[in-house]
Design a protein around this ligand. Sequence first.
Ligand code: LLP
Length: 416
Amino acid sequence: MDHFNYRDGELYAEDVPVASIAERFGTPAYVYSRATLERHYKAYTGALSERRLLVCYAVKANSNLAVLNVLARLGAGFDIVSAGELERVLRAGGDAGKVVFSGVGKQEWEMRRALEAGVRCFNVESDTELDRLNAVAGELGVKAPVSLRVNPDVDAGTHPYISTGLKENKFGIDILEAPAIYARAATLPNLDIQGVDCHIGSQLTSVAPFLDALDRVLELIDTLAGQGIHIRHLDMGGGLGVTYNDETPPQPAEYVRALDERIGDRKLELILEPGRSIAANAGLLLTRVELLKCTEHRNFAIIDAGMNDLIRPALYSAWQAIVPVQPHQDAEEKVWDLVGPVCETGDFLGKDRALRLKAGDLLAVRSAGAYGFVMSSNYNTRNRPPELMVDGDQVHVVRRRETIEDQLAPESCLPE
Ligand code: LLP
């Protein structure tokens, strides 16, 4: 459920007509809804009453300071994958004590910074990373809290680029090798074993693969208990899918309760790292039709947003709904390819969309709040769009539109 709805024949973001946002701030522009972000976060936190649950929003999905701040105010934790993301969380008022640090390639300086900030846990992804973290913690004279990210070898049934829990992926430690690696971790003086972590993929639309992974992880936790290693928390990562088109993923509460039930009597805190399911449907990309170009073979609507602004269609053949902001009957319905101004054939945001279009129309690319702006680039020296957050009847600029000066500032010519 989100707060982008049609009222009086036009699209609203909460209480603001989306067309008025285009008038004030121009296009293309990312538009987020605060109420939707809050609603999605609470859909997780409200699900359990008995077990401790820490929801660590995956910052990579949408790392705008205002997004992080909205969640921090609700007491959220955060899942980070770089020191840069940590700085964002701290700047947004997040609590380092609720931060988990994931990622296969943490550098020493990043570990140091995270230890100094006092993060809740490092999700360690390899044997060699354990040694690196042990050494950095030793230099600082502290103990680093760790979980090992294990790879339960389940097929998440999602796009190969976003599936991470299979043996052939670069992520995590083979679950069969985990007992030996935990045993070694327990001998390293500057590590404090806290948990077990896994993340099997993204945009999962059923609970079954999560439960398969969970069963294997619980078995590991029981084995470790037999080795005298007591695990306090279980981090199941992110991955719950959203409705882009006609997918019917489980609701967060249903998913969380299924996990809780399976964990049973074990005294484990549950940590989750949702990104997409909190942010995706809390944002849209607002764009205007520049030109219509009908050829013998295809009808192209050339819009002012391109693959540099939203790369998911080009990169993953992702389908996102594209809807008129002010639906009208002034043109006949045709099947359109919605293409951007970038010089690449892959520069499309949607293909074969039946729409009534005329030049100047506003369109909204839905479900663009996650992996949208964060994956944007300046390709073709295009200024990245602004990010705007709607809160009731207010619109806040939470990142202004880039200028050409912003883009050129770090560059220079060779000396004369
Ligand atoms: N935790 C870890 C360790 C992750 O690698 C990810 C996502 C998450 C949590 C959050 O997963 P989510 O709840 O958002 O599914 N750019 C792709 C998605 C890449 C996901 C990478 N990892 C896309 O646009 O579909």
